[in-house]
Design a protein around this ligand. Structure first.
Ligand code: HEC
Ligand code: HEC
Ligand code: HEC
Length: 331
């Protein structure tokens, strides 16, 4: 018996060394999920974090998927967040649970363990093209935890289904290198990406030109039949208007160097006071270049894109209704 056992152990160790993938297959059960400790954490269980977050295989989609949160947030950031979420992100749906310091430390430990390791250099080296490398990096970093492309992912960041259609990829590269420099206090984490990773990711983002748009027309659901404002909001989200005008269009706040009057992309809080319905229609259908502050300087990188030909008249009407309804009184 004892002898047999030794043979098995030796065989197994050899297998694990020679074919790590096979060993992973054997042990790649739920007990290896990096978010497992978090799932069982007594504080997380008692506060029911899964009522808003996905942890492991289950949970809800109100907040970001937490399975790899340790890849993108430092312990210090997590402490600050758990002490008072709305001090970090005003208006967030995440409640302040009034946690004790001990409970916070327990959560920070298990949130930090929810991370994956991977070989970025190998991913770049082994991919046939830069955009394929970017697609794989987007997956392994779990950018889908907050972003949506087609039907996949979340709404805690802008929908990226159309981002390659209109966004300037030089701007995007600067954004990925240091989001906070382009929007102070942004919720988008700094992943401390290498120049090679940024090159791959922007190549991938550049390929996203709405190919998966039709599969995710949530506004077409009969549930919203008599709710044009809600339909408009869903269209606004899907087209990525939020990527420049901010959450619900009223946040604004992205830096747009050399754009008049204040080097910022405007929030859309007072559109109904400034423009008629026809004017808003024109703004959406044709592209709109901000006036440069210094005519001799570089043109502002963020330009309002032209949407002519990309959606139906009824969709355009709903979008206009939504934009006209925006305002400080309609957050
Ligand atoms: C009522 C819904 C809700 C509950 C319950 C909730 N959260 Fe959140 N949480 C959110 C939302 C929403 C965000 C994203 C911020 C935003 O978009 O406003 C978030 C963000 C986070 C983040 C940052 C994620 C990232 O990727 O940066 C962490 C960490 C977090 N929550 C942990 C927890 C923990 C731990 C619990 C349980 C103790 C919990 N949350 C319970 C809604 C919730
Ligand atoms: C914790 C949530 C979160 C994660 C994870 C996240 N982002 Fe973001 N991202 C945001 C938010 C929020 C914004 C919008 C900035 C704002 O509102 O302050 C944003 C903005 C962006 C933009 C600009 C969009 C535009 O319209 O130009 C890009 C591109 C982007 N993220 C790419 C990525 C990539 C690539 C990853 C993975 C490496 C990633 N994000 C992971 C939250 C996230
Ligand atoms: C790439 C960034 C970007 C995206 C994406 C974007 N916009 Fe804009 N938008 C701008 C900029 C920059 C301006 C300011 C133009 C100017 O100064 O004339 C602007 C101006 C506007 C205005 C006029 C605001 C005012 O106060 O004069 C409206 C309305 C508007 N955008 C609607 C939209 C809608 C709806 C979408 C989505 C379909 C959208 N934008 C997507 C960058 C963007």
């Amino acid at each position: 018996m004892g002898g047999n056992r030794r043979v098995w152990i030796t065989l197994f160790a050899a297998c694990a060394l020679l074919i790590p993938n096979a060993a992973q297959g054997l042990f790649g059960s739920d007990s290896e999920n990096p978010a497992d400790h978090l799932l069982k954490n007594p504080v997380a269980v008692s506060r029911s974090c899964v009522s808003c977050h996905t942890i492991g295989q289950s949970g809800s989609t109100v907040g970001p998927n937490l399975n790899q949160v340790g890849n993108r947030r430092s312990s210090d950031w997590l402490r600050k967040w758990l002490r008072n979420p709305s001090a970090v992100k005003p208006g967030t749906a995440m409640p302040n649970f009034g946690l004790t310091e001990q409970e916070i430390e327990s959560l920070v430990t298990d949130l930090s363990r929810a991370r994956k390791t991977f070989d970025q250099q190998a991913i770049i080296a082994e991919s046939p093209t830069p955009d394929e490398a970017g697609r794989r990096l987007f997956e392994v970093y779990d950018c889908y935890a907050c972003h949506r492309i087609g039907q996949k992912g979340r709404y805690n960041g802008p929908d990226l289904t159309w981002v390659g259609k209109w966004q300037d990829m030089n701007w995007e590269a600067g954004w990925l290198a240091d989001p906070d420099a382009h929007r102070p206090g942004t919720f988008m984490p700094n992943f401390k990406l290498s120049p090679g990773e940024i090159k791959a990711l922007t190549a991938f983002l550049g390929t996203l030109k709405g190919q998966t748009h039709a599969e995710d027309k949530r506004w077409a659901d009969p549930l919203y039949r008599s709710k044009p404002v809600k339909r408009g909001e869903l269209i606004f989200e899907k087209l990525g208007c939020r990527g420049c005008h901010g959450e619900r269009g009223t946040a604004g706040g992205f830096r747009n160097p050399n754009a008049a009057p204040n080097e910022m992309v405007p929030a859309l809080a007072d559109v109904s006071k400034k423009y008629s319905i026809d004017q808003v229609k024109q703004i959406i259908l044709t592209s709109r270049h901000p006036r440069p502050l210094d005519p001799a300087g570089a043109p502002p990188p963020l330009v309002c894109p032209a949407w002519s030909g990309h959606f139906e008249d009824t969709e355009l009407n709903d979008l206009i209704v939504y934009v006209m309804c925006l305002g400080p009184q309609h957050p």
